[in-house]
Design a protein around this ligand. Structure first.
Ligand code: E4P
Length: 215
Protein backbone atom coordinates (compact mmCIF):
# COMPACT_ATOMS: atom_id res chain seq x y z
CA UNK A 1 0.00 0.00 0.00
CA UNK A 2 1.29 3.45 -0.93
CA UNK A 3 1.01 6.68 1.07
CA UNK A 4 -0.62 9.90 -0.07
CA UNK A 5 -0.84 12.98 2.14
CA UNK A 6 -4.33 14.46 2.61
CA UNK A 7 -3.60 18.16 3.00
CA UNK A 8 -3.20 21.47 1.19
CA UNK A 9 -0.61 22.80 3.67
CA UNK A 10 2.59 22.98 1.65
CA UNK A 11 4.92 22.95 4.67
CA UNK A 12 3.45 19.59 5.69
CA UNK A 13 3.90 18.24 2.16
CA UNK A 14 7.46 19.55 1.92
CA UNK A 15 8.37 17.92 5.26
CA UNK A 16 6.83 14.51 4.58
CA UNK A 17 8.17 14.46 1.02
CA UNK A 18 11.68 14.50 2.49
CA UNK A 19 10.97 11.23 4.31
CA UNK A 20 11.13 9.51 0.91
CA UNK A 21 7.86 7.56 1.10
CA UNK A 22 5.30 9.94 -0.37
CA UNK A 23 3.54 8.82 -3.58
CA UNK A 24 1.00 11.63 -3.92
CA UNK A 25 -1.30 14.21 -2.36
CA UNK A 26 -5.06 14.58 -2.12
CA UNK A 27 -6.83 17.88 -1.53
CA UNK A 28 -10.49 18.81 -1.23
CA UNK A 29 -12.33 22.16 -1.05
CA UNK A 30 -12.32 22.10 2.78
CA UNK A 31 -8.56 21.48 2.90
CA UNK A 32 -7.92 24.24 0.34
CA UNK A 33 -10.09 26.63 2.40
CA UNK A 34 -8.12 25.65 5.53
CA UNK A 35 -4.84 26.51 3.78
CA UNK A 36 -6.17 30.08 3.33
CA UNK A 37 -4.67 30.24 -0.18
CA UNK A 38 -5.88 30.57 -3.77
CA UNK A 39 -6.67 27.10 -5.19
CA UNK A 40 -4.51 27.17 -8.34
CA UNK A 41 -1.56 28.83 -6.54
CA UNK A 42 -1.47 26.17 -3.86
CA UNK A 43 -1.98 23.40 -6.42
CA UNK A 44 1.00 24.60 -8.48
CA UNK A 45 3.18 24.78 -5.39
CA UNK A 46 2.19 21.23 -4.35
CA UNK A 47 3.00 20.02 -7.86
CA UNK A 48 6.45 21.60 -7.61
CA UNK A 49 7.17 19.55 -4.46
CA UNK A 50 5.64 16.11 -5.11
CA UNK A 51 6.43 13.69 -7.95
CA UNK A 52 3.20 11.63 -7.98
CA UNK A 53 -0.54 12.17 -8.37
CA UNK A 54 -2.08 15.33 -6.89
CA UNK A 55 -5.87 15.26 -6.60
CA UNK A 56 -7.68 18.55 -7.21
CA UNK A 57 -11.44 18.58 -6.73
CA UNK A 58 -14.02 20.18 -9.01
CA UNK A 59 -16.83 22.25 -7.49
CA UNK A 60 -19.51 22.23 -10.23
CA UNK A 61 -22.57 20.04 -9.75
CA UNK A 62 -23.16 19.48 -13.49
CA UNK A 63 -20.95 17.36 -15.75
CA UNK A 64 -20.40 20.26 -18.15
CA UNK A 65 -18.98 22.47 -15.42
CA UNK A 66 -16.93 19.60 -13.95
CA UNK A 67 -15.42 18.96 -17.38
CA UNK A 68 -14.54 22.64 -17.90
CA UNK A 69 -12.95 22.90 -14.45
CA UNK A 70 -11.22 19.53 -14.74
CA UNK A 71 -9.72 20.25 -18.18
CA UNK A 72 -8.36 23.56 -16.92
CA UNK A 73 -6.78 21.85 -13.91
CA UNK A 74 -5.46 18.90 -15.93
CA UNK A 75 -3.74 21.33 -18.34
CA UNK A 76 -1.55 22.53 -15.45
CA UNK A 77 0.30 19.19 -15.22
CA UNK A 78 0.04 15.48 -16.08
CA UNK A 79 0.33 14.87 -12.35
CA UNK A 80 -3.09 16.41 -11.68
CA UNK A 81 -5.81 13.89 -10.90
CA UNK A 82 -9.31 15.32 -11.18
CA UNK A 83 -11.33 14.60 -8.08
CA UNK A 84 -15.00 14.19 -8.90
CA UNK A 85 -17.88 13.52 -6.50
CA UNK A 86 -19.84 10.26 -6.78
CA UNK A 87 -22.97 11.51 -8.55
CA UNK A 88 -24.59 10.78 -11.92
CA UNK A 89 -23.09 14.02 -13.24
CA UNK A 90 -19.76 12.99 -11.73
CA UNK A 91 -19.89 9.65 -13.56
CA UNK A 92 -20.51 11.42 -16.87
CA UNK A 93 -17.50 13.66 -16.23
CA UNK A 94 -15.32 10.67 -15.23
CA UNK A 95 -16.24 8.86 -18.43
CA UNK A 96 -15.29 11.96 -20.44
CA UNK A 97 -11.95 12.37 -18.63
CA UNK A 98 -11.19 8.66 -18.99
CA UNK A 99 -11.62 8.84 -22.78
CA UNK A 100 -9.25 11.81 -22.86
CA UNK A 101 -6.63 10.01 -20.75
CA UNK A 102 -7.10 12.34 -17.77
CA UNK A 103 -6.75 10.64 -14.37
CA UNK A 104 -9.70 10.80 -11.97
CA UNK A 105 -10.35 10.14 -8.31
CA UNK A 106 -14.01 9.52 -7.50
CA UNK A 107 -14.56 10.87 -4.03
CA UNK A 108 -17.25 10.52 -1.35
CA UNK A 109 -17.63 6.77 -1.90
CA UNK A 110 -19.76 5.21 0.83
CA UNK A 111 -20.90 1.93 -0.78
CA UNK A 112 -19.41 -0.89 -2.85
CA UNK A 113 -21.94 -0.24 -5.61
CA UNK A 114 -20.77 3.35 -5.89
CA UNK A 115 -17.18 2.12 -6.19
CA UNK A 116 -18.11 -0.39 -8.91
CA UNK A 117 -20.03 2.21 -10.90
CA UNK A 118 -17.17 4.71 -10.65
CA UNK A 119 -14.71 2.03 -11.79
CA UNK A 120 -16.87 1.08 -14.76
CA UNK A 121 -17.16 4.74 -15.76
CA UNK A 122 -13.37 4.72 -16.03
CA UNK A 123 -12.15 6.07 -12.68
CA UNK A 124 -8.42 5.82 -12.05
CA UNK A 125 -9.01 5.86 -8.28
CA UNK A 126 -12.00 5.50 -5.96
CA UNK A 127 -11.93 6.96 -2.45
CA UNK A 128 -14.03 5.18 0.17
CA UNK A 129 -14.36 7.48 3.22
CA UNK A 130 -13.60 5.27 6.20
CA UNK A 131 -13.78 7.73 9.09
CA UNK A 132 -17.03 9.36 8.02
CA UNK A 133 -18.69 5.90 7.90
CA UNK A 134 -17.28 5.03 11.33
CA UNK A 135 -18.74 8.34 12.57
CA UNK A 136 -22.24 7.10 11.81
CA UNK A 137 -21.64 3.65 13.34
CA UNK A 138 -20.90 1.84 10.07
CA UNK A 139 -17.70 -0.14 9.63
CA UNK A 140 -15.79 2.02 7.13
CA UNK A 141 -12.97 -0.48 6.77
CA UNK A 142 -15.38 -3.27 5.83
CA UNK A 143 -16.24 -1.20 2.76
CA UNK A 144 -12.57 -1.00 1.75
CA UNK A 145 -12.29 -4.80 2.01
CA UNK A 146 -15.49 -5.33 0.05
CA UNK A 147 -14.39 -3.04 -2.79
CA UNK A 148 -10.93 -4.64 -2.89
CA UNK A 149 -12.43 -8.11 -3.16
CA UNK A 150 -14.91 -6.99 -5.83
CA UNK A 151 -12.18 -5.37 -7.93
CA UNK A 152 -9.98 -8.46 -7.53
CA UNK A 153 -12.77 -10.86 -8.60
CA UNK A 154 -13.57 -8.81 -11.68
CA UNK A 155 -10.04 -7.80 -12.68
CA UNK A 156 -10.75 -4.12 -12.26
CA UNK A 157 -7.63 -1.99 -12.40
CA UNK A 158 -9.10 1.07 -10.61
CA UNK A 159 -7.07 1.70 -7.46
CA UNK A 160 -8.59 2.12 -4.02
CA UNK A 161 -7.56 5.11 -1.94
CA UNK A 162 -8.60 4.59 1.69
CA UNK A 163 -9.67 8.11 2.65
CA UNK A 164 -11.01 9.90 5.73
CA UNK A 165 -8.35 8.15 7.80
CA UNK A 166 -8.44 9.21 11.44
CA UNK A 167 -5.72 7.24 13.28
CA UNK A 168 -2.75 4.87 12.76
CA UNK A 169 -4.83 1.72 13.29
CA UNK A 170 -6.93 2.71 10.27
CA UNK A 171 -3.76 2.63 8.18
CA UNK A 172 -2.87 -0.94 9.18
CA UNK A 173 -6.46 -2.01 8.59
CA UNK A 174 -6.53 -0.30 5.16
CA UNK A 175 -3.35 -2.12 4.11
CA UNK A 176 -4.69 -5.46 5.37
CA UNK A 177 -8.05 -4.85 3.64
CA UNK A 178 -6.42 -4.43 0.24
CA UNK A 179 -6.36 -0.66 -0.29
CA UNK A 180 -3.73 0.30 -2.87
CA UNK A 181 -3.19 3.69 -1.24
CA UNK A 182 -4.10 5.38 2.03
CA UNK A 183 -4.35 9.16 2.05
CA UNK A 184 -3.35 10.39 5.47
CA UNK A 185 -3.60 13.60 7.42
CA UNK A 186 -0.17 14.93 8.44
CA UNK A 187 -0.99 14.23 12.10
CA UNK A 188 -1.57 10.50 11.46
CA UNK A 189 1.57 10.26 9.32
CA UNK A 190 3.60 11.69 12.24
CA UNK A 191 1.89 9.45 14.81
CA UNK A 192 2.84 6.38 12.78
CA UNK A 193 6.56 7.09 12.98
CA UNK A 194 6.73 7.12 16.74
CA UNK A 195 6.76 4.30 19.25
CA UNK A 196 7.68 4.80 22.93
CA UNK A 197 9.97 1.74 22.86
CA UNK A 198 11.87 3.20 19.90
CA UNK A 199 12.44 6.48 21.76
CA UNK A 200 13.39 4.61 24.93
CA UNK A 201 15.72 2.32 22.96
CA UNK A 202 17.54 5.26 21.37
CA UNK A 203 18.04 6.90 24.77
CA UNK A 204 19.34 3.68 26.31
CA UNK A 205 21.78 3.05 23.43
CA UNK A 206 23.03 6.61 23.70
CA UNK A 207 23.49 6.37 27.49
CA UNK A 208 25.30 3.01 27.24
CA UNK A 209 27.51 4.33 24.46
CA UNK A 210 28.49 7.37 26.53
CA UNK A 211 29.27 5.12 29.54
CA UNK A 212 31.39 2.75 27.44
CA UNK A 213 33.33 5.48 25.63
CA UNK A 214 34.02 7.29 28.95
CA UNK A 215 35.67 4.19 30.45
C1 E4P B 1 -9.94 12.31 0.68
O1 E4P B 1 -9.52 12.46 -0.43
C2 E4P B 1 -10.54 13.37 1.51
O2 E4P B 1 -9.85 14.58 1.23
C3 E4P B 1 -10.40 13.16 2.99
O3 E4P B 1 -9.77 11.93 3.28
C4 E4P B 1 -11.63 13.45 3.77
O4 E4P B 1 -11.38 13.18 5.13
P1 E4P B 1 -12.29 13.74 6.32
O5 E4P B 1 -13.48 12.85 6.48
O6 E4P B 1 -11.39 13.67 7.52
O7 E4P B 1 -12.66 15.15 5.96
Amino acid sequence: MKFFLDTAIVDEIREVNEWGLLSGVTTNPSLIAKSGRVFEDVLKEILSIVDGSVSAEVISREAKGMIEEGERLAAISDQVTIKVPMTIEGLKAVSHFSKKGIATNVTLIFSANQALMAARAGATYVSPFVGRLDDISHDGMQLVGQVAEMFRLHNISTEIIAASIRHPLHVIQAAMSGAHIATLPYKVMKQMVHHPLTDQGIERFEADWKKATRA
